[in-house]
Design a protein around this ligand. Structure first.
Ligand SMILES: *Cc1c(COP(=O)(O)O)cnc(C)c1O
Length: 407
């Protein structure tokens, strides 16, 4: 009976150093086989319940509700938070696009908040400034002075594994009755002042896509300690069925369930979370040490934070380093090393034209300069040294950055 992945089916060429691929070396085969053996493969099953309980226990919330992906968790979170069509929701400008898309799914509008320059996260002073000076309290709710729309929630996105400085955001949100939805996808296993990300706001959301800290292939989870919301989340994600036998519905529901097969993989992956985070941290520390070069700024970690170090990212200052982030990406690519820029800040995205689009100077600079380096949890020292040596060689000018021009 085969219980190991055949090595010949490795997902990438032997000499390619990929950006981030899953590490599958725990009970994945065993648990998934258990689903196949027992015929519990679909949208309910013991692994779904267990995965929900295990994530909630790990994060420190009372409830976890599994979803088909992280974007679905965000969509449901916004509905639970009572965000209405034409409301506004504050969100990080520098983020993967999913939370901003979810804001539009409920008919609300994003208000973008710039990143802060130290840890590259949503700037809490930007949130406080907007609420205190850009809004007014009217008829028992907060309204944007410019648009007149109600402002009902904030989505701090903990990017790259580092926490957002949440305290000032939570404080002002309590004062003006804004719901706080943490997009903690990239920060599973990270803490802010000792507390797990996802458990600090009203609702936390996670994704288990292939490149995340743990993966189910595709999947997500909503966590909260609010029992009524937890019940509502289960209801909305399972087609809003009102009766256990009859097909009776009093609301529009969604098919956002996570199959038991995938939850089984999630349970196995979650057992390895501490190992994965330790590996990510070790990789990050080795990069920071090996890449102390003029023009390269490593990721920093705040004193009040423990980062999951999900995706190790550097800033490349062209003037000091001699080449920009995109040229560096192409040079490394020619050496079979996969790297990637950060996301286009969403206020610049055509997908969200029509939303508030003032300049976000920090997010724009980070977008221009950032490059994420290979950091699969099973990355070996030798492979990582290859990356470090190539960057150092480019810095020293011993590797041409582009094909030489003929003159
Ligand atoms: C990946 C990611 C998501 C989306 O998750 P999916 O499971 O792909 O829908 C949402 N937010 C952040 C910050 C992410 O990195």
């Amino acid at each position: 009976m085969m219980t190991q992945r055949p090595k010949s089916e490795a997902p990438h060429a032997l000499d390619l150093v990929p950006l981030a691929v899953p590490t599958i070396q725990g009970n994945e085969w065993r648990y998934i086989k258990e689903c196949l053996d027992t015929n519990w493969v679909s949208s309910v099953g013991p692994f779904v319940d267990r995965f929900e309980n295990d994530i909630a226990a790990r994060v420190g919330t009372r409830f976890g509700i599994a979803t088909v992906n992280g974007t679905a968790a965000l969509h449901v979170a916004l509905m639970l938070a009572g965000v209405q069509p034409d409301d506004e929701v504050l969100v990080s400008a520098l983020t993967f696009i999913a939370p901003v898309n979810a804001i539009r799914y409920v008919g609300a509008w994003p208000i973008f908040i710039d990143a802060e320059p130290d840890y590259w996260q949503m700037d809490p002073s930007g949130v406080v400034d907007f609420v205190e000076h850009g809004c007014r309290w009217h008829n028992g709710a907060l309204h944007n002075r410019l648009t007149g729309r109600r402002v009902s929630a904030v989505i701090p996105v903990h990017i790259l594994g580092h926490p957002v400085d949440l305290d000032p955001i939570i404080e002002i949100s309590r004062k003006y009755n804004l719901k706080v939805i943490e997009d903690a996808t990239e920060g599973l296993g990270a803490t802010y002042k000792g507390r797990s990300l996802g458990s600090i706001g009203d609702i936390g959301c996670f994704s288990f896509n292939g490149n995340k800290i743990i993966t189910t292939g595709g999947g997500g989870m909503l966590v909260t300690s609010n029992e009524e919301w937890a019940r509502k989340a289960k209801y909305l994600t399972t087609q809003a069925k009102d009766d256990s036998t009859e097909y009776i519905h009093s609301e529009i529901g969604y098919n956002y369930r996570l199959p038991n097969l995938l939850a089984a993989m999630g349970c196995a992956q979650l057992e390895q979370l501490e190992t994965f985070v330790a590996a990510k941290k070790r990789i990050a520390a080795r990069y920071t040490e090996g890449l102390s070069l003029p023009g390269i700024s490593p990721m920093k970690e705040a004193l009040w934070a423990s980062s999951s170090s999900w995706l190790y990212t550097i800033l490349v200052d062209k003037a000091a380093f001699g080449t920009d982030s995109r040229q560096l990406m192409r040079s490394l690519s020619s050496k079979n090393i996969q790297t990637r820029p950060l996301w286009q800040p969403i206020h610049l995205s055509k997908a969200h034209r029509g939303s508030d689009a003032i300049r976000m100077p920090v997010a724009e600079r980070l977008y221009e300069q950032a490059l994420s380096l290979p950091c699969t949890t099973s990355l070996g020292d030798e492979e990582q040294n290859k990356v470090i040596e190539q960057v150092r060689a480019i810095a020293a000018g011993t590797i041409p950055q582009e094909a030489p021009l003929c003159n």
